[in-house]
Design a protein around this ligand. Structure first.
Ligand code: ADP
Ligand code: MG
Length: 242
């Protein structure tokens, strides 16, 4: 790990028209980390993803990725810098085949041979997708679509992947598999920034976490500390923990 964060949000304020969504947001993700952004409904989690991906511009503050200011950049430019995304509700291309969906993740790459190698790696990583390469994305189960969305993101060879509620709506068995997969991907060198409503799940695999409440970061810390804190559980995470 180097000391310069891979991703840094500095004093970010975000608005939709007159409505302020983020208030002085400060978030850092270091190389190699899994960092989760926790918070209830409408706290501004997805807007944070959109901000990082260039879909929403901050009205104040800065977003840096790998040392480059990306606030104000267009999404394709940010992706070319090494950002990957697994958006909310997966957003796979339902009329395209599994194979086409995977290859779409590499649309901006010119290194054909390496793309082919990565495609083969994806088939090894996702045997379930390998069996369904010719099927349309839309006919896959929710869990399979999530695998496909993650595989598609990996096909871009990103430095970092942002994931918006990757376990939402999945069966318990698929939730476990997706969490294991995120850990595997991270161990293979990809930094992860994930948004989750389910704090107890996210903190099982994350190194650090931030808690967002009505657009303010109200807590941050090591995942183990956040998980262990009774006060935090009660106040922010729904009291499902210890
Ligand atoms: N495109 C939009 N236009 C106006 N308001 C929005 C838009 N998207 C989200 N919001 C509002 O911004 C707030 C934060 O939304 P969001 O970032 O989606 O929260 P979360 O992902 O934590 O549920 C909510 O109050 C939501 O209604
Ligand atoms: Mg959301």
């Amino acid at each position: 790990m180097t000391t310069q964060p891979l991703l840094e949000l500095q004093h970010v304020d975000t608005y939709y028209g007159p409505v302020q969504v983020h208030f002085d947001l400060n978030v850092r993700v270091l190389h190699g980390e899994i960092v989760c952004l926790l918070g209830g409904n409408a706290s501004g989690k997805s807007t944070t993803m959109k901000l990082i991906l260039g879909l929403v511009k901050p009205r104040a503050g800065h977003v840096f990725f790998n040392g480059v200011e990306i606030s104000g950049m267009a999404t394709p430019q940010i992706i070319r810098l090494g950002m990957g995304s697994v958006p909310e509700a997966r957003r796979i291309f339902s009329n395209m085949t599994v194979r086409e969906n995977l290859l779409m993740g590499a649309y901006h790459r010119r290194d054909r041979q390496a793309v082919n190698d990565d495609y083969e790696r994806m088939l090894a990583l996702f045997p379930r997708l390998k069996e369904r390469l010719g099927q349309r994305g839309g006919v896959l189960s929710g869990g399979e679509q999530q695998m496909l969305a993650i595989g598609r993101a990996l096909m871009g060879r990103p430095r970092m992947i942002c994931m918006d509620e990757p376990t939402m709506g999945l069966s318990p068995a698929f939730v476990e598999r997706v969490l294991e997969l995120i850990q595997t991907i991270n161990q293979q060198g990809t930094t992860i920034f994930m948004v989750e409503q389910n704090a107890n799940l996210a903190l099982q695999i994350a190194h650090r976490g931030y808690v967002l409440q009505n657009g303010h970061i109200v807590l941050e810390g090591a995942a183990a500390e956040l998980l262990d804190s009774r006060a935090i559980q009660d106040a922010y995470l729904g009291g499902q923990g210890t």
